[in-house]
Design a protein around this ligand. Structure first.
Ligand code: TYD
Length: 218
């Protein structure tokens, strides 16, 4: 069952670490709330209490030997919990649900980045998400160098910095960025938005992508 046969709308945000997607999602949530209607925000992994515990295992810097398959399964474990606890009920109520990262992150990071089979990821998505797919995915694009610079500045500022992924080498992020571009070519639901410029400028581009999606689907 896809979002179209449900009452609510599921929109996801994707991009490299430091792309500004989190800020943009909050802006969009505020704009949609002002327009009326229920808006639910998710942040994967770590939306639910169980997800937060899984997230702390995933991003613990001392776990650098974690098997890529274990990593992939943990991201899906967190997502399955979010689907049952929050996403499904919210869509059934008719809410608009926004998620900061979803399965495209697993495709980009674990698939293209770490070289795991994309078919495994598709299969796990079917199991964990039970056919719920985003109607629209906003991909916030920035250069790899710029993203790493922003992510590092932010981590230096945060007391409990979660740096395991941020410390991966640049080549990994190049593969992730290329992976996202490939995904944008494969899936029509993905709208790539230029992430350069001010928060307001990027916000306008995101808004235009959402309006365009609504014109096509409402
Ligand atoms: P996130 O909390 O979104 O961090 P940021 O705000 O820096 O983007 O995600 C944390 C890290 O988890 C990020 O480096 C991407 C990674 N990740 C995956 O590798 N696979 C996944 O499926 C998800 C959801 C995230």
């Amino acid at each position: 069952m896809s979002t179209t046969s449900r009452r609510g709308l599921f929109l996801t945000f994707e991009g490299l670490d430091g792309s500004g997607k989190t800020t943009q999602m909050r802006l969009l949530a505020r704009r949609l709330r002002e327009a009326g209607g229920e808006v639910v925000e998710l942040a994967e992994p770590g939306t639910t209490e169980i997800g937060k515990k899984i997230r702390s295992i995933l991003l613990d810097p001392s776990h650098e030997r974690m098997s890529p398959v274990a990593e992939m399964l943990l991201y899906f474990a967190a997502r399955a919990q979010t689907v049952d606890e929050i996403l499904r009920p919210a869509l059934e109520r008719g809410a608009t649900v926004l998620s900061d990262r979803w399965t495209d992150s697993t495709r980009a990071y674990q698939g293209y980045g770490r070289g795991l089979e994309l078919e495994w990821i598709d299969e796990l998505d079917r199991i964990a998400c039970r056919g719920i797919e985003p109607g629209l995915t906003v991909l916030v694009e920035i250069g790899v160098g710029e993203g790493l610079r922003r992510a590092r500045t932010r981590n230096a500022d945060e007391a409990a910095a979660e740096t395991r992924m941020d410390e991966q080498d640049r080549a990994f992020y190049e593969r992730v960025a290329q992976g996202y571009r490939t995904l944008a070519g494969l899936y029509r639901r993905i709208a790539a938005v230029d992430g350069s410029g001010s928060v307001e400028e990027v916000g306008e581009r995101v808004w235009r992508a959402v309006e365009e999606f609504r014109r096509r689907h409402v």
